[in-house]
Design a protein around this ligand. Structure first.
Ligand SMILES: *Cc1c(COP(=O)(O)O)cnc(C)c1O
Length: 391
């Protein structure tokens, strides 16, 4: 490659490092779990996986994936519409629809692709999309790919104002995360649906950080907010609570899903989900729906950990509880140093700072899972206290 390209990239990397924003990947030498082994042989408590139900390495999920691999092969070497749809893929789509309370579901390679492919076929320049300012990057990118007018909102009041401003559009679509991943705050989906009704808008929510465990039976944010059946479209991932592998989906009315199968580009031009991944996800959904114990342990751990952190004097947000618990620190350098010291003490956590979160709101984000035991959480809190005293 031309030397100019290389030096440009090198310069950019220097600038990323200089801003303290360089991300180093830790290399793990074990499966994903409550405790993981690092390359140097150390075992650390993991508080930063989206493995909410602890199913990523559950023996039944692993076995189901192995069985699907043996029965259906490694992959389809094709996209869905050419020769890539197996019985297994339809079965997973039907199971998801049943679980989410929708008519039909379309699978994608990832939720990033689902969000990337859902807007463009449904909206054009005559329409308007109203997007929460804290939405996930994949929603933002998906919205960029469609020609609709784009309106960002900050809160419900602002959403109402934007809906009024978009009254002249042919159609309005509100897009929001179900749970916002940096704070673990849960969208007021019920109130959003009220506004949508009043201003004749449709609602799409991305439930990656809720599907499988939020709500009385774990169906997600719509169940938690008591508005099942009201939002129009749901997107989500199979890569977090539901087995932790990969895969995403859009779920909603028959006609919309049928149209996405005809027109959605990440679906049309990208390979079918590997059978092993589909088989593992089906088992994860089966466990999540059959066995309330995983969900209960997750919420018990969440409440226990939050209470312990609060009692130790850490600044964790009040209000509604989600397994994402941010420990607010304010200062980016402090967040990074604390995270490093935590790892030295055998607890793996990550510091988040600007531009991932607003300036001055640096934090360590923790996530507990159903796989954590009390002793893990106690040790983590002890480590937080010790590290606070050090820094
Ligand atoms: C993780 C996440 C995604 C991406 O999901 P993948 O299946 O990993 O692509 C999309 N949206 C939100 C809100 C997420 O948290």
């Amino acid at each position: 490659m031309n030397a100019n390209w290389k030096s440009r990239a090198a310069l950019e990397l220097v600038s990323i490092r200089a801003q303290g924003l360089f991300k180093t990947e830790r290399i793990i030498a074990s499966p994903q779990d409550a405790v993981i082994r690092l390359r140097d042989g150390r075992e650390v408590i993991n508080l930063c996986a989206n493995n909410y139900l602890g199913l990523a390495n559950h023996p039944d999920v692993v076995r189901a994936a192995q069985e699907a691999l043996a029965r259906w092969g490694n992959g389809l070497s094709s996209v869905r519409f050419i020769c890539g749809t197996q019985m297994l893929h339809r079965q997973l789509e039907e199971r998801l629809s049943e679980f989410l309370g929708t008519e039909d579901t379309i699978l994608y390679a990832a939720c990033f692709d689902a969000n990337g492919g859902v807007f463009e076929p449904l909206l054009d320049e005559r329409d308007a999309v109203l997007s929460d300012q804290l939405n996930h990057a994949s929603l933002i990118d998906g919205i960029r790919l469609c020609k609709a007018r784009r309106l960002r909102y900050r809160n419900l009041e602002d959403l109402e104002a934007q809906l009024r401003a978009a009254a002249d559009a042919r159609a309005r679509l509100i897009a929001t995360d179900g749970v916002f991943s940096m704070d673990g705050t849960i969208a007021r989906l019920d109130r959003i649906c009220d506004l949508a009704e009043r201003y004749d808008a449709a609602v799409l929510f991305d439930d990656c950080h809720a599907v499988g465990f939020l709500g009385t039976t774990g169906r997600g944010t719509h169940e938690y907010r008591g508005c099942m059946g009201r939002p129009d479209l749901i997107t989500g991932t199979l890569g977090k609570a539901l087995g932790g592998a990969s895969g995403g989906y859009v779920s909603g009315p028959n006609e919309i899903i049928a149209l996405l199968r005809q027109r959605s580009r990440p679906y049309l031009f990208s390979n079918t989900l590997p059978p092993a991944v589909a088989g593992g996800a089906l088992k994860a959904i089966e466990i999540a729906t059959r066995d309330a114990e995983f969900r209960e342990r997750l919420w018990e751990n969440t409440r226990y950990f939050r209470r312990a952190l609060k009692q130790a004097g850490f600044d964790v947000p009040e209000g509604e509880v989600h397994p994402i618990t941010p420990i607010m620190l304010g200062d980016a350098v402090l967040a990074q140093r604390m995270a490093e010291r935590m790892l030295e003490r055998g607890v793996y956590v990550i510091g988040f700072f600007y531009p991932v979160v607003p300036q001055g709101t640096a934090r360590i984000r923790t996530q507990v899972t159903a796989a954590h035991r009390r002793e893990h959480l106690d040790r983590a809190v002890e480590a937080f206290i010790a590290v606070r005293n050090e820094v």
